[in-house]
Design a protein around this ligand. Structure first.
Ligand SMILES: O=C(O)CCC(=O)C(=O)O
Length: 259
């Protein structure tokens, strides 16, 4: 596991000698949340001090999408995304959101650190992260499912929250629209330092959203760690895909960390 200076549990030489054997330095108090077709686990992974430190580091490291990459088209109208977004992961991976494909930037040290911490406590390997930054409670995310075809259906989506606490709402797909079933939404509060695991088949049956909350004045960063399958259906490091068509190439023109 990569070390991060200043974080108490990252400077332990004994543990860093054999990263694969190193354990998380304290028990993780998991709480299971379940409903019909919904299976989530929630725990406080980082202390408030650690969460504050990670938040500060991400504020200096993460490069958010701008310009047309930060816009979406809904019913033919173009809107700014009501938050900031960034995508990081293994080289060659990309993420398609609202019809626009974004190439993953190389992991930053702090993103790598958080990814490895989540792997340590879950045993799951992630190769991609979507970063969302909400400047305050006006920023939000509409109802959707993380059910893209390229996601490994067997891997949970791991959501790490840092900064302001925010409400998070699940709604069953059958509870939407005309003739909807009467089913209670499942509401959680995601606090700073928390980890929410959305285990399969949650994203098949349940939509989730981060509603607007005017009373929230502080910023929040959320990371959703995911495992994307390569075109051959294998998990893990990707080789760069063949050159994308010109329209998408333009979206991949940022510089990597080494350049
Ligand atoms: O910020 C959040 O907690 C929500 C993130 C989310 O729904 C997503 O990345 O799909």
């Amino acid at each position: 596991m990569k070390k991060l200076e200043g974080l108490e549990w990252s400077g332990d030489e004994e543990k860093s000698k054999d990263d694969d054997l190193a354990e998380w330095p304290r028990p993780v108090p998991w709480r299971n949340i379940d409903a019909e077709g919904l299976d989530c686990d929630y725990a406080l992974l980082f202390t408030q001090e650690e969460a504050d430190s990670l938040f500060g580091r991400l504020e200096t490291e993460v490069v958010y999408l701008t310009g047309h990459e930060a816009r979406v088209q809904v019913f033919g109208k173009v809107h700014d995304i009501p938050r900031k977004q960034a995508v990081y992961g293994e080289p060659g991976l990309n993420y398609t959101y609202s019809g626009v494909t974004h190439c993953a930037r190389q992991w930053t040290p702090t993103l790598e650190y958080i990814r490895d911490a989540v792997t340590k406590v879950t045993g799951q390997v992630f190769n991609f992260v979507l970063v969302n930054r909400y400047k305050d409670g006006q920023d939000h995310m509409g109802e959707h499912r993380d059910d893209e075809r390229e996601l490994d259906p067997l891997c949970p989506i791991a959501s790490v929250s840092l900064g302001a606490s925010r409400d998070f709402v699940f709604r069953h797909r059958d509870a939407r629209g005309r003739g909807a079933r009467r089913m209670e939404p499942v509401k959680l509060q995601l606090v700073s330092g928390s980890l929410l695991l959305m285990n399969p088949p949650t994203n098949t049956y349940w939509y989730h959203s981060l509603p607007r909350r005017r009373a929230v004045l502080q910023p929040r960063i959320n990371l959703t760690l995911r495992r994307i399958l390569s075109s051959e259906g294998k998990v893990g490091l990707m080789t760069r895909p063949p050159a994308p068509p010109p329209a998408k190439q333009a979206l991949c023109s940022f510089e990597t960390e080494d350049e």
